[in-house]
Each structure stands twice: as structure tokens, then as C-alpha cells.
Ligand binder design. Structure first.
Ligand code: AQP
Length: 333
């Protein structure tokens, strides 16, 4: 437990593109929900983003954008520490220690690595050890809970294995974290292919709804979204994956259950449903975008990030010291 007696929470998002509705529904919404009852640390994981090539100017811009979107989505910087991963050097250092603890075989089994490496002639070593850096991110804060989407579950299991392995080998040092995954919306799928998750680094912008897409773009993207054969709005992920994905998005944006969505659109076709879906999405995005614009124009994000990095560093440095001591590093006196 933290000094405040609250459970600790850590999660991060990569500045690898424009955040999507998938990132929001799967992860960010839970960041906001947890900030009152827990001691929260939310980070823009730029060291993770560079595991695939990034344009330097775009990386800087995206890092600031993601941080401002955290606040715009409702994270209160007075309650939760918001910081950039590379501003707290303990992440890179514990990341290396975690890499020495991991086995090649367990990293080779990671599906995200397999997906991102598929078809590439040269695969960066950073992409391979991505999960060990993620383990360090979490373990540095003694996090009990990690709010993530379903795609990160496997990485979190590896984090738990590494924490348990470290504790067995060197003595009780790390808290073993639990995933915190939403029951509905843990994996929002791509608008052009419901067999793939919605992803900000997909080269086709029509495959995702970005949190900063203007209303007309949202309407166009939803109008173009792939649908299944037939015309009934029924939730059946196996036989109607495309419409089931859109129904999940509707349920999450309108704050209703999937049964309620089916009832509302009984007897109506895909066209009517898509029109209402677009408006439900816009009703979530519009207030978020207004706050985002205010934050960006005020320049306050740099103060928020400085304060967040200080709060994060004081916790992270102490944990790193504990881990190094346990492993037998000679610490400076
Ligand atoms: N489609 C999704 N549905 C639900 N949750 C999702 N998340 C990502 N996509 C979906 C959750 O968002 C958080 C931040 O993800 P990330 O930026 O660290 O990396 P990611 O999981 O690899 O997400 P992207 O958008 O697909 O990024 P790129 O394209 O750069 O790899 C995580 O909690 C994730 O589960």
C-alpha cells in the first residue's frame, strides 16, 4: 500500500500516433475512474514508442498531444501524476535489469512482438525487449492495478512472472500487479476489419476514429465502416463481428448496455444505426476536444509534466535503489 494508504495504479500510452477511441474506451476511461480511490501514475511512454522508427518532430508533438489528452479526458493532475516516461530515468535503468531476468523464449511468445515483426526483414531489438521495459514501468511504482486494454494482458502476465521470479531470487522486493480490464470495450476493433484491433499506427486513417477527429470526419468514417451481410443490428461477435464492434462502441459512448443497444435498433437498419452511432461518438469527443484545445493554448502542460515527473521520480528512485540493493549492486554512500 502507498503512504496514503491507497492502492497504487500505473498505466501508460505510447505517443506513436493519434490516440484512438480504442485507447480511450479500453484504457483511458479507467484511468479517470480510478483516480479518486487510488494513487495514480499515468505516463506517456515515449521510450516504448521508439521501438519502431519515429519521426523526431512527430514524436515531440505526439508526446505533448497525448499528455494534453490525458487531462482533456478527465485525469486531474492534482490527483494523478502525469509524466513523460523518459523524464524519469529509473524506467530505462530498471528496464535493463528486467531484461537480464527475462528469457528469450518467453519474449518470443509475445503476440504483439510477432504481429509487429511479421513480414519485416529487419526487426529492432527494442521491439523484442519492449515487455521488459513495460514490466519496469509497472514495478517501479509498486502498482497493484494496471488499467489496460485486452491486448496488453499477455505483457502484464509477463510482468507478474518477472516480479515473482525477482522476489524468489533476491527476496521480496516488488508488488505483483493485477490487470484492470473493462468488461465491455476491452478490445475495440478496426473499422475496416473486425479481425484486427483498432490501432493508432494503422496506416489507413479510416480504420480508426482518432480522439481529435472533427465531427464530420467521425460521420464519414462511421458511414464507411464495414458492416456484415444482413441488416439487423444484433450482437453476435462470431457471425456479425463488424456490427458487434460498432454496437460495443455505441454502448460505451452512449453509456448503455449491449442489450439496450439491440432493443433501441430493433427493426431499424444499419444506416439508421450508423447515423446515431456517429452522434453518440461525437457527444463524447466534442467536450474532450474543447478541453484539449484550451490546455494546448494555455501551455500549462509543461508545468503539469514537470510536477508529475518529480512525484513519479521520488517513488521510482526509491524502488530502483531497493531492487539494485537486492541484486547486489554496490550503491554509492
Ligand atoms: N483497440 C483497442 N481497444 C481497447 N484498448 C486498446 N488499447 C489500444 N488499442 C486498443 C489500449 O490502449 C492503451 C495504450 O496502448 P499503447 O499506446 O501503449 O499501445 P497499443 O496497445 O499497441 O495501442 P495501439 O493504439 O495499437 O498503438 P500502436 O499502434 O502504436 O501499437 C493500452 O492499455 C491498450 O491495451
Amino acid at each position: 500500500m502507498s503512504e496514503s494508504g491507497k492502492k497504487r495504479v500505473l498505466s501508460g500510452i505510447q505517443p506513436s500516433g493519434l490516440l484512438t477511441l480504442g485507447n480511450y474506451i479500453g484504457a483511458m476511461r479507467n484511468f479517470v475512474a480510478l483516480q479518486d480511490e487510488c494513487e495514480c501514475y499515468f505516463t506517456v511512454v515515449d521510450l516504448h514508442a521508439v521501438t519502431v522508427p519515429q519521426d523526431p518532430a512527430a514524436l515531440r508533438e505526439n508526446t505533448e498531444t497525448v499528455a494534453a489528452l490525458f487531462v482533456a479526458a478527465g485525469i486531474d493532475p492534482k490527483k494523478a501524476a502525469i509524466f513523460v516516461q523518459s523524464h524519469v530515468s529509473a524506467h530505462a535503468e530498471l528496464g535493463w535489469l528486467m531484461t537480464t531476468l527475462a528469457y528469450m523464449g518467453e519474449l518470443e511468445r509475445m503476440t504483439q512482438f510477432k504481429d509487429k515483426a511479421a513480414g519485416k526483414e529487419a526487426v529492432g531489438a527494442g521491439l523484442f525487449v519492449y515487455p521488459t521495459l513495460m514490466a519496469a514501468d509497472i514495478l517501479l511504482y509498486d502498482a497493484h492495478l494496471v488499467p489496460v486494454g485486452d491486448d496488453q494482458k499477455q505483457h502484464l502476465e509477463l510482468t507478474r512472472d518477472l516480479a515473482i521470479r525477482f522476489n524468489r531470487r533476491y527476496g521480496e522486493t516488488f508488488v505483483v500487479p493485477e490487470p484492470y480490464i473493462p468488461e465491455v470495450g476491452a478490445r475495440i476493433m478496426s473499422l475496416d476489419d473486425a479481425s484486427k484491433k483498432m490501432s493508432k499506427s494503422n496506416p489507413n486513417p479510416n480504420s480508426y476514429i482518432a480522439l481529435l477527429d472533427p465531427p464530420d470526419t467521425v460521420r464519414k468514417k462511421i458511414a464507411r465502416a464495414k458492416t456484415d451481410s444482413g441488416r439487423e443490428v444484433v450482437f453476435d461477435p462470431q457471425h456479425k463481428p463488424e456490427i458487434s464492434n460498432l454496437m460495443t462502441i455505441y454502448a460505451q459512448c452512449a453509456g448503455v448496455t449491449l442489450d439496450e443497444v439491440a432493443r433501441r435498433f430493433e427493426g431499424k437498419g444499419y444506416g439508421d444505426f450508423k447515423k446515431e452511432l456517429a452522434e453518440a461518438v461525437i457527444s463524447v469527443l466534442e467536450p474532450l476536444q474543447n478541453t484539449y484545445n484550451q490546455i494546448r493554448s494555455s501551455g500549462e502542460i509543461f508545468d503539469i509534466l514537470r510536477d508529475g515527473a518529480q512525484r513519479a521520480s521520488s517513488v521510482a528512485e526509491a524502488t530502483l535503489r531497493r531492487a539494485k540493493e537486492a541484486m547486489g549492486f554496490l550503491l554509492p554512500k
